[in-house]
Design a protein. Structure first.
Length: 159
């Protein structure tokens, strides 16, 4: 079941994000010093700021409780950004991530959107391939001086 997160749920959402992103941080050698903006090190004030800015947040619940998370940001009238897609490690490979993506696609369609964008660690080929399997196409790669990896941007066009 996927439910919209309320402000009172943000601590639980943060736990999902941090648990999920920690495995990626470990795999790519990310630390709070070299990549403080990574979800593994996220602080509650950042999530609260996103929530207060009107970004929509959703949690995935199963028999284990809240195990998945995704955020939708409106970029323009027809473009939405999917952010912080997260599934706790013990519940991966169960189709939850795909369900969250399909949910986002349906929501963005409901909002009249025509495009969903994402940004990922471009060197994470396993993740990039998974997004491609879910219909996302690579559109660009960018290097940022404050990040120890390149950011790959992908998009999914609706309709």
């Amino acid at each position: 079941m996927i439910l919209q997160a309320e402000k009172s749920d943000l601590s639980e959402c943060l736990d999902i994000i941090r648990k999920s992103f920690t495995t990626v941080a470990d795999e790519f050698g990310l630390t709070e010093q070299n990549c403080p903006t990574n979800g593994a090190f996220m602080k509650i004030d950042r999530l609260e700021r996103d929530f207060n800015d009107g970004n929509l947040m959703f949690c995935y619940y199963n028999s284990f409780g809240a195990v998945g998370f995704v955020q939708i940001n409106k970029v323009s009238d027809d473009t939405f950004e999917m952010r912080k897609l997260a599934v706790v490690p013990e519940c991966r490979h169960m189709g939850i991530g795909r369900e969250l993506i399909d949910f986002v696609k349906a929501k963005v369609t409901e909002f009249g959107g025509r495009k969903i964008t994402i940004g990922i660690i471009d060197e994470d080929t396993r993740l990039k391939d998974w997004y491609a399997e879910n219909g996302f196409m690579p559109v660009s790669i960018q290097t940022f001086s404050h990040l120890p990896f390149t950011v790959g941007y992908m998009e999914f066009r609706l309709g």
